[in-house]
Design a protein around this ligand. Structure first.
Ligand code: UDP
Ligand code: MG
Length: 191
């Protein structure tokens, strides 16, 4: 099973990605988590991307694509994968399309989690208190929303045109959204 999960910052991608990946027995791969791990450990990658992420901008495509390609070669991706937070740009979409088609593979579903913009900001500000992420402050949140709307939201059309998109309402409790998402994805892959 090869899956993507997409949605604005704060839509609940990380939380629901973990559940969905477990449901299908594939690893959940979050490029954001990979970057944060590298920042925390002060690796050369971490040092390169810290200022970009703190500003709410995107890490350059070539850097991100190289990381994803290497991660997808790991043996645990043999049965498939769930990518959380990648692709984020049209360049990355084309990279992933090419990567998969060269291997005779494709995506089974692209989950799009929808949450209204006001609720998103509230969730991110709450997460800031709980987790202390450097990019969860009012200014950076605003910038991340703009970058998402400009660069990432349009990618949904690409997947909709391919017939891969599964729209899921991301409002409600974590359990409600999870069950709604499982039902929608199960129905999509069965059809
Ligand atoms: N980021 C990026 N490319 C990625 C993943 C993350 O540039 O493939 C950066 C970007 O600055 C983003 C931040 O890392 O705002 C946090 O990403 P994450 O996916 O964890 O946050 P979310 O959008 O889920 O709130
Ligand atoms: Mg995330």
């Amino acid at each position: 099973m090869r899956l993507l999960i997409m949605g604005a910052p704060g839509a609940g991608k990380g939380t629901q990605a973990t559940a969905l990946a477990e449901h299908y027995g594939v690893p959940a791969i979050s490029t954001g988590d990979i970057f944060r791990f590298n920042i925390k450990n002060e690796t050369s990658l971490g040092l390169k991307v810290k200022a970009i992420i703190d500003a709410g901008e995107y890490v350059p495509d070539d850097v991100t694509e190289e990381i994803v390609a290497a991660r997808l070669e790991e043996p645990d991706c043999e049965p498939g994968f769930l990518l959380d937070g990648f692709p984020r740009t049209m360049h990355q979409v084309h990279f992933l399309d090419r990567y998969l088609s060269e291997r005779g593979q494709g995506l089974d579903a692209v989950v799009s989690l929808h949450v209204d913009p006001e609720a998103l900001v509230q969730r991110l500000l709450k997460r800031a208190e709980l987790e202390g992420r450097a990019d969860d402050n009012a200014d950076t949140i605003r910038r991340r929303m703009e970058v998402y709307a400009g660069q990432t939201a349009p990618l949904l059309f690409h997947y909709e045109n391919k017939g891969s998109l599964v729209d899921v309402d991301g409002t409600g409790t974590v359990d409600e959204v999870r069950e709604r998402m499982f039902a929608a994805v199960d129905a999509h892959v069965a059809s």
